[in-house]
Ligand binder design. Structure first.
Ligand code: 5GP
Ligand code: ZN
Length: 109
């Protein structure tokens, strides 16, 4: 997809250090972190939004990678959030899962 930032990152047109990648998924830090840890897990295929994700194998692969990020970032007992914007709420029309943390429940509104 031309003019998609995440496709450009995938194609290395925009230099980016990947924290993890396999044939189908890439993982890199968000450029504008909302929490001390803010990592994006992104399918390499240009899927516009969550409701268009219809590949169970890819979905489960993403789930396993999210688990790994949470464990690698030592968020298992410090609080984490997995969020996905869609339906026009997203800034980038290429599916991505935000993993943010640590999250202290007592501090959240
Ligand atoms: P959305 O609102 O689409 O769910 O979130 C898009 C996210 O992508 C935002 O958190 C934004 O900071 C992040 N972002 C936008 N452009 C870039 C970029 O070029 N590189 C990285 N790593 N993150 C980006
Ligand atoms: Zn894309």
């Amino acid at each position: 997809m031309t003019n998609c930032i995440f496709c450009k990152i995938r194609d290395r047109e925009i230099p980016k250090e990947f924290e993890y990648e396999d044939d189908d998924v890439m993982v890199f830090p968000d450029i504008n972190p909302m929490k001390p840890i803010h990592i994006l897990v992104v399918p390499k295929k240009h899927i516009v939004e969550f409701i268009e994700l219809d590949d169970p194998k890819l979905f489960f692969n993403i789930k396993k990678i999210i688990d790994k990020v949470i464990k690698d970032q030592k968020l298992t007992n410090r609080g984490y959030r997995i969020s996905i914007n869609g339906g026009g709420a997203q800034a980038i029309d290429h599916l991505h899962f935000h993993i943010t943390g640590p999250i202290d429940k007592t501090m959240e509104v």
